[in-house]
Design a protein around this ligand. Structure first.
Ligand code: ATP
Length: 376
């Protein structure tokens, strides 16, 4: 197995093995590149999510790993073995689909045992493996029921058991919780996370739900139009998005298009198309070329509001409140700046009385709380 170095707080601490690698993989449908030159390394035991909007190529990427699709160019490698010419059933992976894909005429036990019977595994071993898989997903008590007698969450557990009973090295999850209602989805997220910790398997999950990806994953790949825009830990993806697309797709953000007007010590000054001057603290990846087009991203929760003019002059803009949305723990404000631009601000609900619409207000944020990003 290939070894890679990982870093922990700047120190090289451990070697980890790779489970799944994609090398410059392309997949075309009628000349449309559903997957466009993707490079990816998933480490052994990682919970890795592929996140992106509908049609960005997430499922196609998972199907390329599973072997249900063949790459037009590039290579899929699993546990150091090239998967070119390896059919799905010979790959050390199993897929759990959103639709569960259970056999309706078979009961829970037989659904889970089905694959093992096909492989002509000894009866005693089938007994113990099915029992073990059903215990893992807490479904041993309902072993005699058929799928129509189970709830959506219970059917999803059976689908998980049916994949796990094959003892795959990598579990592929295609929108596994997509068919469940919100409450059940939250419960199953916790169970999926516990299962991952218990099994030390590699999980690769496709989802379009950013909250799900942020809460479950060790690392996330954000896809857009067949390409990966960024791979990182949930906090890296949220706090340090590398492109305007990632900033906008993960959570809410205010985006200001403009260009670099100047450098002032450790700050970059951006002049926006809407004639604002925004100061951004320079970081390692901050673009610095004068006149370079950039997009400034400021998260709504990083913006402060004040009824009186604050003493600071940087990134402080005058406007009026045009919408106030009470969200219980938080309040969402829309502020229209004097130049007509509207920004979204999210504040904890700490005030007794909320200000009313049309109240004149100052919106401001620190240079360290905004990023200058380049479109790719
Ligand atoms: P969703 O979240 O809606 O499932 P996705 O990100 O998983 O979307 P894919 O299903 O991978 O996206 O599809 C990527 C692109 O490839 C889409 O434009 C889709 O229409 C196209 N596509 C996928 N499968 C096929 C196919 N078998 N034939 C033709 N086009 C396809």
């Amino acid at each position: 197995m290939p070894q890679i170095l990982t870093q922990n707080q700047g120190e090289r601490v451990a070697f980890e093995s790779l489970d799944v690698e994609l090398h410059n993989v392309f997949k075309f449908f009628n000349q449309y590149p559903a997957v466009h030159g993707v490079d990816l390394n998933v480490k052994q035991g990682e919970f890795f999510s592929i996140l992106g909007p509908s049609g960005c190529g997430k499922t196609t990427m998972l199907r390329l790993i599973a072997g249900f699709e063949t790459a037009d160019a590039g290579k899929v490698v699993i546990q150091s073995q090239s998967m070119t010419n390896v059919p799905p059933y010979r790959r050390p992976v199993n897929t759990v689909f959103q639709s569960y894909a259970l056999f309706n005429h078979l009961n829970v036990w037989d659904n889970v045992a089905f694959g093992l019977r096909l492989k002509k595994i000894r009866r005693a071993e089938i007994q113990s493996r099915v029992q073990e898989a059903l215990e893992l997903v807490k479904m041993e008590g309902l072993r005699s029921r058929v799928p129509s007698q189970l709830s959506g969450g219970q059917q999803q557990r059976v689908a998980l058991a049916r994949a796990l009973v094959n003892r795959p090295a990598v579990l592929l999850l295609d929108e596994p919780l997509g068919a469940l209602d919100l409450k059940l989805r939250k419960e199953m997220q916790v169970e999926l996370s516990n299962l991952h910790k218990e099994l030390t398997l590699t999980f690769i999950m496709v989802t379009h739900d950013q909250e799900e990806a942020l809460s479950l994953s060790d690392r996330i790949a954000v896809m857009n139009q067949g390409k990966i825009e960024q791979i990182g830990s949930p906090s890296e993806i949220y706090e340090q998005p590398r492109t305007p697309f990632v900033a906008d797709f993960i959570g809410d953000t205010n985006l200001f298009e403009g260009e670099i007007a100047g450098i002032d010590g450790s700050n970059v000054i951006i002049s926006t198309k809407t004639r604002l001057s925004i100061v951004v603290k320079r970081q390692q990846d901050t673009p610095t070329e004068i006149s370079q087009p950039v997009v400034v991203s400021v998260r709504p929760e990083k913006i402060q509001l004040s009824l009186y003019k604050p003493s600071l002059q940087t990134n402080c803009f005058e406007g009026r409140l045009i919408n106030i949305m009470y969200l219980g723990t938080h309040v969402n404000y829309i502020v229209q700046l004097t130049n007509g631009l509207r920004i979204t601000v999210l504040q904890p609900n700490t005030f007794g009385n909320l200000p009313s619409r049309e109240t004149p207000i100052y919106a401001w944020w620190a240079e360290t709380d905004c990023l200058a990003l380049v479109k790719i």
